[in-house]
Ligand binder design. Sequence first.
Ligand code: LRH
Ligand code: MN
Length: 424
Amino acid sequence: MKLNKEIIGNHNADLLSKHEAKLQFTASEVANAEAIIEKLMAFQIAIPSWALGTGGTRFGRFPGGGEPRSLEEKIEDVGLLHKLNQSSGAISLHIPWDIPENYQSIKTLAGEHGLAFDAVNSNTFQDQADQKHSYKFGSLQNVNKAIRKQAVDHNIEVIKHGVGLGSKSLTVWLSDGSCFPGQLNFRKAYQNTLESLQEIYAALPSDWKLFLEYKSYEPNFYSTTVADWGQSLSYVQKLGDKASTLVDLGHHLPNANIEQIVGLLLMEGKLGGFHFNDSKYGDDDLTAGCVKPYQLFLIFNELVEGMDARGMNHAKDLGWMIDASHNVKDPLEDLLQSVEAIMLAYAQALSVDRKALEKAQEENDVTKAQEILQNAYRTDLRALVAEARLRTNGALNPVELFRATGVRNELIKERGAVTVATGL
Ligand code: LRH
Ligand code: MN
């Protein structure tokens, strides 16, 4: 399905006058509109290869049709998202769901779509058909050394695939833990996991990073061996400079203050990246910003403040990735909305008057500090995000154009109504 420059150009021409009126008004509301647009144009968010099909739960899965049947078709779908919003310039693969058979042809295809390869993800939370040992009782934590070795070898295999594709980071999420009190010796599980991670760390190329993703529960429901930011930080501080913590927004216990966690991990120099999504209850993997948009803004507020305090490059120095699962929506529409919500939260955080906020904080002027943040959040900056797309030949309204061009119907004609994409 080729969405070409002409189709996007005609779409933008129809919306241009209304856009320019909104842009002019927004620019009058915000001191640094131009600088914000520049930052947005440089900001790229990686799309998870495992979220291009319909997700499901143990209670059911309702496939929508036209789903990608191969890694090549997944790259085409991410290429299509990137053509629409010019902010999805990378894909994050999950092994073995997306093993690249031929690195060169996959790299060439990704290049044709303007895509890079972000972090590669290992998978020691499922047993593969040809696997010698089961991960039923964990992988890197397992009491059985042969099972730990199998999991370490898998992660080293994943690094190899990443090197072949030009990726520069490995994300390790461990479902390891226990379901009942007494089942696990927490100290031994930690030691086994650390030793195993040290073997994986030793296999990292010199210019690579290792992201250790924590999660409070599921699939284990009593303890998780990398359960929260403190435990992840404890591991990555022992591993070394190439290791840092990955924050998946859905992996926290209810009411956790994620923006504070982000601020402190940045301060420690151990924040590696994100899996953006949203949730109301557990690891719901919903569209970013769809339930707690103010929290997403507050997270970016900590990111802008903390990254500027360390002189970090916003676009390059952290891993910006989505991790979502789509049970009732078109996966591509859902991902377009997630990118939009993330770009908007970033734009709002960039519009915060940092000097005024710092002054209010130093004077304990709580109301003033709150007013500064809430004004930024309550100022509609969608025209700046749209302008960044327009200047990079993206669509002014990606979801509207996706629908208007009937992309999903085209994909169903091309791929069939009952196709299942590998992933969750
Ligand atoms: C675990 C997780 C992890 C992935 C998986 C697909 O919940 O967030 O990042 O490996 O989802
Ligand atoms: Mn995740």
